[in-house]
Design a protein around this ligand. Sequence first.
Ligand code: CO8
Length: 259
Amino acid sequence: PTQYSCIIVEQDGPVGVIRLNRPEALNALGQQITQELIHALNGFDTNNDIGAIVITGSDKVFAAGADIKQFQGRTMANMIKEDTLDWSSKIRAVRKPMIAAVNGYALGGGCELAMMCDIIYAGEKALFGQPEINLGIIPGAGGTQRLVKAIGKSKAMEICLTGSVKLNAQEALAAGLVSAVYPVDKVLPQSIKTAKIIASKGQIAAALTKSAINQSFEVPLEAGLLYERRLFQTAFGTEDRKEGVDAFVNKRVAKFSHL
Ligand code: CO8
């Protein structure tokens, strides 16, 4: 087993659970932790026994953003040359459904990491914000893009331009940023519960569904509908489709093989 120093990686049946664990820096997303996160995600993504992934933090903090201390002494030239935010594209490439179980602060890169996941569940004390402007910078991993798509322009502008307006759990729910709000100690169990439901479906159907929904952010409706139709047709090539349809017709529970 791989030794990680900033995350804790566990498997709960068919669900891969990654816990961000840098309490001394409020899970700030520095180089080490993001590399470990990508490594663990890739491990789960290529593991046939895993059907869905949950990313969480502690009860107090999901992640307080990029590691601000690592920004000291950085120049535009090395930010461009090293492209340290490249890890965020790798998260986007994960094929398996990912759920963010968010307690406490999800700020800056932390809010962006949650938004890279496919579903967000929030604990009652969760707080979402993009305070980058207070550092003289701007969001760099989706805060100006995914947040707009999730909650609309006016709220996204207010959050990113003031750096101080934050969404609490109920506001995030009302705005559509999160799917549900739970008591702090229930967020992770509920996330794992949903992840297990997803993992009980065909893995190919789940990957196609995720890909189709994400495509809606990329292309005009006509192209998105065609993409969906082609993936729908593709699904007819799977054993899981035969099994699912046969199970319905014969009034039994489907047992998907992931083939
Ligand atoms: N980076 C590095 N260290 C941090 C960070 C951070 N983002 N956040 C907190 N810490 C450290 C503190 O420096 C402190 O360390 P020390 O004890 O050594 O001084 C420790 O964590 C505890 O923090 P506080 O004492 O500040 O804890 P409080 O409970 O008083 O406050 C807050 C909690 C409000 C969350 C506060 O820590 C805070 O404002 N943190 C910074 C939040 C922020 O500005 N985030 C945005 C960062 S920029 C960013 O994310 C850019 C995105 C780019 C793309 C994504 C890349 C990942």
